[in-house]
Design a protein around this ligand. Structure first.
Ligand code: SF4
Length: 61
């Protein structure tokens, strides 16, 4: 799985960072991907993508 964040959509709510802090990091109200998810993080990463209120998180594959 690879994941990306569309910073132009992100509202900085912090949900993704709270769900998977090793993958997402919110800096100055914009989430960024700090590391691609390990196998054990994929479920929570998928949930974060589904839960993002502005659909800013894309699962690439
Ligand atoms: S859940 Fe979505 S809106 Fe919230 S910080 Fe993450 S990418 Fe941004």
């Amino acid at each position: 799985m690879r994941v990306s964040v569309d910073g132009s959509r992100c509202i900085g709510c912090g949900m993704c960072q709270a769900a998977v802090p090793g993958v997402f990091r919110v800096v100055e109200k914009v989430s960024t991907v700090c590391a691609q998810p390990e196998k054990a993080q994929e479920g929570r990463t998928f949930d974060a993508a589904n839960g993002c209120p502005v659909n800013a998180i894309q699962i690439i594959r």
